[in-house]
Design a protein around this ligand. Structure first.
Ligand SMILES: NC(=O)c1ccc[n+]([C@@H]2O[C@H](COP(=O)([O-])OP(=O)(O)OC[C@H]3O[C@@H](n4cnc5c(N)ncnc54)[C@H](OP(=O)(O)O)[C@@H]3O)[C@@H](O)[C@H]2O)c1
Length: 289
């Protein structure tokens, strides 16, 4: 655990405790008291003085990186150089070039690198996507918004990779690509207030399908996925953060990652998908008016 992050405490540490074949051996934080607190709460045996010391621990096979987005790349590169496999939070990097650099480093180190896109591991999302294979999809509407009310949070700081596009836009872009592939047309309107706060994005796909995406830091908690097909309309409530009702996508994700580490098999979520998602986020940024 690199950092005593909210998401680690809320979801990933409990998932690791429940997961087969995984143990959270060590944590490091800039604040030793917080690291000790999480270590006690989640029964983590070792607390290292800092991130670098943790990477030097030879008993650690894999590192989870839940740092602010701008730190995903540097700490993933350091972890890979230290011989660790890496499960890195979403989005993998700030842009496609950064993600490509991370993928190359993983390949050269011979270590597994995967982006922690947990909703892809939820059985109901997988089922939905499978049920739509072969369907004539006309339109995908995806929304993810919440009220970002903490000005000190890294999400509100550009230099730490803040903004709604990287934070929640990555989900709505990903689900559109999962269902429809890569778009050939991108239009985007953004509202900024320091960082990018609200996005309205339109995508066109070679099949003729269309998508509209909403990503926001200034909406009530709001998640939505509606797929309009030629013969039916399919909806999923809270498509992205289902937490543990009744399956735990975080647990399924860490188990799939650990299985791939042990077997030497491919990442259950290929890096090509993470890079392609950032290619789309780059295109959305470039199209913004
Ligand atoms: N998959 C999901 O469901 C999900 C949900 C929320 C967030 N995330 C992702 O997880 C990552 C962390 O999000 P979070 O909400 O957990 O954020 P957070 O609570 O702010 O955690 C980020 C951690 O990064 C460390 N850090 C190191 N340098 C920092 C700096 N300069 N400023 C701030 N923090 C710094 C801090 O750990 P120490 O101080 O302990 O070292 C901090 O606890 C992001 O990439 C986000 O996109 C994923």
């Amino acid at each position: 655990m690199l950092g005593a992050a909210w998401i680690a405490n809320r979801a990933v540490l409990p998932a690791l405790r429940a997961a087969r074949g995984c143990e959270t051996l060590a944590i490091a934080s800039r604040d030793p008291a917080r690291a000790r607190e999480l270590a006690t709460r989640h029964r983590i045996r070792r607390v290292h003085a800092d991130y670098a010391a943790l990477l030097g621990d030879p008993d650690i096979d894999a590192v989870y990186v839940p740092l602010p987005n701008s730190l995903h790349l540097p700490w993933t590169l350091r972890a890979l150089a230290a011989g660790k496999h890496v499960l890195c939070e979403k989005p993998l990097a700030l842009d496609a070039a950064g993600a490509g650099e991370m993928a190359l480093a993983a390949q050269q180190a011979g270590r597994l690198l995967m982006e922690a896109v947990m909703y892809r591991f939820h059985p109901r999302t997988g089922e939905l996507v499978r049920s739509l294979r072969g369907a004539e999809i006309r339109h995908v509407s995806a929304a993810f918004g919440f009220p970002m009310a903490a000005p000190e949070n890294y999400r509100m700081r550009l230099e730490l990779g803040g903004g709604a596009l990287l934070d929640v836009g990555c989900y709505v872009a990903d689900v559109a690509r999962w269902l429809l592939g890569e778009p050939d047309r991108v239009r985007a309107i953004v509202r900024r207030k320091g960082v990018d706060m609200t996005w309205c994005v339109l995508l066109g796909f070679p099949s003729g399908a269309q998508a509209s995406l909403f990503a926001s830091f200034e909406s009530p908690e709001h998640q939505e996925l509606t797929v309009v097909c030629a013969d039916r309309v399919v909806r999923l409530e809270r498509p992205f953060t289902a937490w543990r009702d009744p399956d735990d996508p975080y647990q399924l994700m860490v188990e799939a990652f650990a299985d791939a580490v042990r077997s030497g098999g491919p990442a259950p979520l290929p890096l090509e998908s993470s890079i392609a998602n950032l290619v789309l986020l780059d295109r959305i940024r470039a199209a913004a008016v």
